[in-house]
Ligand binder design. Structure first.
Ligand SMILES: Cc1cc2nc3c(=O)[nH]c(=O)nc-3n(C[C@H](O)[C@H](O)[C@H](O)COP(=O)(O)OP(=O)(O)OC[C@H]3O[C@@H](n4cnc5c(N)ncnc54)[C@H](O)[C@@H]3O)c2cc1C
Length: 477
């Protein structure tokens, strides 16, 4: 049998695109196991973060602003998306688990990162005329941090909620099947290509499936599937894994959960510290973000310890008697320039839908609609994502000088979040040393292409990352 579309990947992005196409009555096969261990989607806090995700550097480029536009459009799509999924799946349990988002500015971070990003969030809320309320952090009754790192400022964004990622994925499975989609639980080995055109997918068990078009949405693993098209994949920003740990805990009986998301601004290359209520005394604690050479399967003790320390210190010192239900490990797909990879790979009949980094789950309804429209020749009126076409030279956000400065500051922020105790006269020395190291590293990669700060910091540690970056930059030089 030949399908209209094969979608590789069962995370939030692949599952949403597959469902959208199937509900438009195309024949669709979704490839990849539904267990989704180590997928980003399963580990996600699933915040509907738009303004809560803003950083000063995001707003510094038009690509960052485009990402914010995506988040804003996606936010408005969720109520209808949830209704559609409920109708198709027959499961009426609500996806939404939190009412609004509290952003707290506490003293666990540093002013150059936390205060600047907190201000950027507030300014953008004003500029975009989005309702929000400045509040005294003591009004967030659930919050009970160590006084040494208590929040001094807070604001409430009433229409940024969160969804239950586990329930979302279950509903997407059921909804896709009820729309006559086919799920093949085996993973794909590669896309089959004849005369530079995809004709289907080869599975790990050797079986081959045929389709007119193949959509690759396998998260951090996506580019592995394009091994038969080296000339195409060389021109796509390599995807690195942003390994993240999140933890589900159950609070003791009689203890309340917060009703909103509570989070800090993004800091230290990660999505800030946050907690998200999941109902039935279950609280989600998130999340770390460490760029790894390869996607990780298991959590490191150091990351679990760090996350729990942060949660107890900055959110609720009484969380020590909550039960740990699960330690979740996910791999965020992070492209070499930090921006999504959405669109066709030349005229190969292969589409990529990945690279969504820290907010892909929230963007999934938008991407499903956008990709389904584009694949079937319908014009997208809401937004144009041509800039994120996968075969592209690196999109540049900040100047080289600012990237070095930002990398150093984010590294310092990591130290402050670990509550390091450095004598003040060390700081200029550390600053100078890190600045010089990162400048040298960047110059050794390419005369003008520059990776985003997190990739500067982590490629400093791994030769394999530097190698991949040089290869990709070479393809565009
Ligand atoms: C800890 C953490 C917290 C996060 N919090 C948020 C948040 O609050 N809000 C938000 O919007 N986003 C959040 N994100 C980011 C978000 O999860 C991602 O942007 C998004 O889920 C990516 O979805 P995806 O479907 O592209 O990738 P994934 O969810 O990683 O799914 C990819 C799927 O492809 C499968 N696959 C891999 N190789 C193959 C193959 N060869 N064949 C078939 N299938 C294959 C994998 O098994 C996986 O199931 C978070 C991420 C992490 C890790």
């Amino acid at each position: 049998m030949k399908y209209d579309f094969i979608v590789v990947g069962s995370g939030a992005i692949g599952s949403s695109i597959a469902y959208e196409l199937a509900s438009r009555k195309f024949s669709v096969c979704r490839v990849g196991d539904s267990d989704r261990s180590n997928s980003a989607s399963k580990a996600a806090g699933a915040m509907n973060g738009c303004f809560g995700e803003i950083t000063q550097s995001l707003l510094a480029s038009r690509y960052g602003k485009l990402k914010l536009d995506m988040d804003c459009i996606a936010k408005d799509l969720w109520p209808t998306w949830e209704k559609r999924l409920s109708d198709s799946s027959g499961n009426n349990k609500t996806l939404f688990t939190a009412q609004g988002t509290h952003i707290i500015l506490n003293t666990a971070g540093m002013k150059e990162v936390d205060s600047i990003n907190y201000d950027a969030i507030e300014k953008s809320l004003i500029n975009y005329s989005v309702p929000y309320k400045k509040i005294d952090p003591r009004e967030i009754h659930w919050l009970n941090p160590n006084d040494l790192v208590r929040p001094l400022n807070a604001l409430y964004i009433p229409d940024e909620h969160a969804v239950n990622s586990d329930l979302l994925l279950k509903k997407l499975d059921a909804a896709f099947i009820s729309e006559r989609g086919t799920i093949v639980e085996e993973n794909a080995k590669c896309v089959i290509v004849e005369n530079n055109k995809a004709t289907g997918v080869k599975l790990l068990n050797g079986e081959c499936l045929q389709a007119d078009k193949v959509i690759v949405a396998a998260g951090a693993h996506s580019l592995e599937l394009l091994s038969s098209l080296p000339e195409v994949s060389r021109k796509i920003p390599p995807i690195f894994s942003g390994y993240g740990v999140s933890i589900l805990v159950r609070v003791p009986e009689g203890r309340e959960l917060p009703t909103s998301v509570i989070r800090t601004p993004n800091r230290a290359f990660a999505c800030g510290l946050h907690c998200v209520p999941r109902g039935e005394r279950v609280l989600y604690l998130g999340a770390t973000n460490i760029l790894a050479e390869k996607p990780r399967k298991n959590a490191l003790i150091s990351d679990v310890q760090f996350l729990l320390d942060c949660a107890l210190e900055q959110l609720d010192i009484n969380l020590h008697d909550a039960e740990i239900l699960s330690i979740q490990v996910g791999n965020r797909p992070i492209p070499a320039d930090g921006f999504p990879l959405i669109g066709p790979c030349d005229d190969t009949n292969i589409w990529l839908a990945t690279g969504t980094y820290r907010d892909g789950l929230h963007q999934s309804p938008l991407l499903a609609n956008y990709v389904a429209n584009s694949l079937t020749g319908i014009k997208n009126h809401q937004i144009n994502l041509d800039d994120f076409n996968p075969m592209r030279p690196p999109l540049s956000g900040l100047s080289r000088e600012l990237i070095v400065k930002e990398t150093v500051q984010q590294m310092f922020a990591t130290g402050y979040e670990y509550r390091w105790d450095i004598k003040p006269y060390w700081l200029p020395l550390l600053d100078k040393g890190l600045t010089e190291n990162y400048q040298n590293l960047i110059e050794s990669l390419h005369p003008h292409f520059t990776p985003p700060p997190e990739l500067v910091a982590f490629s400093y540690l791994y030769e394999s990352m530097r190698h991949e970056l040089r290869n990709y930059y070479g393809a565009w030089s």
